[in-house]
Design a protein around this ligand. Structure first.
Ligand SMILES: Cc1cc2nc3c(=O)[nH]c(=O)nc-3n(C[C@H](O)[C@H](O)[C@H](O)COP(=O)(O)OP(=O)(O)OC[C@H]3O[C@@H](n4cnc5c(N)ncnc54)[C@H](O)[C@@H]3O)c2cc1C
Length: 493
């Protein structure tokens, strides 16, 4: 059996996709956002025809603006290195195109990272293999949609999916309501394979139970996170920063907070402040400016007070991280898979969602190239996706267990993982972060921390470096282990 690390590495391959291999007539993808668009690209190599059913109307004129079906779209969206490599794999030339259209490539000298208010310095370029792209979420999605639009056997339909059709042990199609009419007659589209990519509020579980099949078990970790974001005109007189990332770790007398400033297309900064539990930033300019000045390094207050704000402050509350464990289902119909947030959605501060969606696409490609029997459940696909979900889930939830208001569920091996993370980061925090960044597989690291490689890395890290003055953590306290885990994940963001 292939180990999880190996399977993960295979899914993250940067090799050109294998030659197309048609194994079905029609595939239907529900949801035309990151996961759905990428799944459609993969399916175009394996189906005569691919239909994508998307609820939002997306006219060419507003292809690059936030839309109702993706309410998180106006907030900072970091694209991790492995996600960028996957986009390049499915859409060759993607990074060049993004840069030509205005995406920013942050310069290493202009990237600032603060932990508990102290700036971290890195020996080398942290922008890792290739160029890091910095852009808004609608911009990235718009480029992916435009590239998919050039694939001849893919069509995007406007309508709201309302169910699946089944016959015997397999899904045979979907039902959807065309256009914006909520109550018009549903149309049925037959399909050899249906992909649910309708996001974290997916209703697939209800649809399955409606047909007498079990819904995938859902695991949740309550995180109670609130984002507030505002857009500003960039102004070099205020700051030359391309990217600023600030994290305050929870500790005695200190509240966990995350802030970011990201340079994006059209000469703008997106600025984000985020709080947990009842520390909820409001949709209010004054509250936003106060938080920037009071709770974050000076550059946040400078931008909030002096730069021109474009539009209003927007907020987003995410109650939990959640995953739907399809791989645990005893009974699963054939002709059905899910992808993206419809399978798992994590604390967004770790920036894993879009990258996970690209790796789900990679898993779909591997599954379809394995000449699967489409009249049997897609268990091999869900087994591969599980590796991606486990890795991202472990990173996200291990870190979030360090938050005072999060009291579980604790995963098996939590103490071991937390201990290895603590050892590495207490001793050589910047080198460890740099190593992770260079390898670019941000969310592959947590499982490895508990294994032999993680323990070896901890030993190699050598004697502890002295903690900076005023550090809140102590090496022996359980709370410190929790806090360190929070930093482990955030440091490579
Ligand atoms: C505040 C915030 C910040 C984030 N920051 C980052 C980040 O920095 N980096 C990162 O990688 N990820 C980030 N994420 C996560 C990222 O947004 C998601 O992981 C990603 O959008 C998942 O894509 P998806 O296609 O699975 O789902 P979604 O983007 O949620 O899209 C679902 C799609 O399905 C459509 N749909 C829904 N129901 C129906 C229906 N019945 N019929 C037809 N269509 C339907 C919707 O209109 C939508 O287009 C963040 C998330 C949040 C909340």
């Amino acid at each position: 059996m292939v180990s999880a690390s190996r399977a993960f590495a295979e899914l993250g391959t940067t090799e050109r996709p294998p030659d197309p291999q048609r194994v079905m007539g029609r595939a239907v993808v529900l949801g035309g956002s990151m996961a759905g668009l990428l799944a459609a690209r993969v399916l175009s190599d394996h189906a005569d025809e691919v239909l994508v059913v998307e609820r939002d109307t997306i006219e060419p004129a507003d292809a690059f603006t936030a839309r109702p079906g993706v309410p998180q779209g106006g907030h900072v969206h970091a694209l991790l290195n492995s996600g960028q490599l996957q986009l390049e794999r499915w859409f060759p030339g993607f990074a060049d195109e993004a840069v030509a259209a205005g995406a920013v490539v942050p310069h290493a000298d202009l990237v600032q990272h603060y932990v508990n208010g102290t700036r971290r310095r890195y020996a080398n370029d942290l922008t890792i293999r290739g160029r890091a792209l910095s852009a808004t979420r609608p911009f990235l999605e718009g480029l992916v949609r435009a590239r998919l639009g050039q694939v001849p056997n893919v069509r995007i339909l406007h309508g709201r999916a309302s169910g699946i059709r089944m016959s015997g042990d397999r899904v045979t199609g979907v039902e959807y309501h065309p256009g914006d009419a909520p109550d018009g007659d549903a149309v049925t589209e037959p399909a050899d394979l249906v992909v649910d990519a309708t996001g974290r509020s997916s209703r697939l579980g209800d649809w399955l139970t409606g047909h007498g099949w079990p819904a995938p078990p859902m695991r949740r970790m309550p995180i109670k996170l609130t984002y507030a974001t505002a857009v500003f005109r960039r102004d070099p007189a205020i700051s030359d920063a391309d990217t600023v990332f600030s994290q305050y770790l929870p500790g005695p007398g200190q509240v966990a907070r995350i802030g970011g400033i990201v340079a994006v297309e059209d000469d703008r900064w997106l600025m984000l402040v985020a709080g947990y539990d009842d520390d909820r930033p409001a949709r209010d300019r004054d509250d936003f400016a106060t938080r920037c000045r009071r709770d974050f390094p000076a550059v946040f207050g400078d931008v909030a007070e002096r730069a021109e704000m474009l539009g209003e402050v927007i907020t987003y509350h995410q109650a939990d991280s959640r995953r739907r464990d399809f791989h645990l289902l005893d009974r699963l119909p054939a002709g059905l898979v899910a992808a993206g947030d419809a399978i798992a959605s994590f604390n967004p501060v770790y920036g894993q969602g879009m990258t996970s969606a690209t790796l789900h696409a990679s898993a779909l490609s591997a599954y379809l190239h394995g000449a699967p029997r489409l009249d049997e459940p897609a268990r091999d696909y869900f087994a591969a996706v599980r590796v991606v979900v486990d890795a991202a889930w472990q990173t996200s939830t291990t870190a979030d267990l360090g938050l005072p208001h999060v009291d579980g569920p604790y995963p098996p091996g939590y103490r071991l993982i937390a201990g290895a993370a603590n050892l590495i980061f207490m001793r050589r925090p910047t080198q460890a972060a740099q190593h992770a960044a260079e390898h670019g597989h941000h969310h592959a690291r947590a499982p490895q921390l508990a294994g032999p490689a993680g323990r070896a890395a901890a030993r190699r890290a050598g004697p502890p470096s002295p903690p900076p003055p005023g550090r809140l953590v102590t090496r022996t306290s359980g709370a410190a282990v929790k806090h360190r885990c929070l930093e482990v994940s955030c440091t490579t963001h």
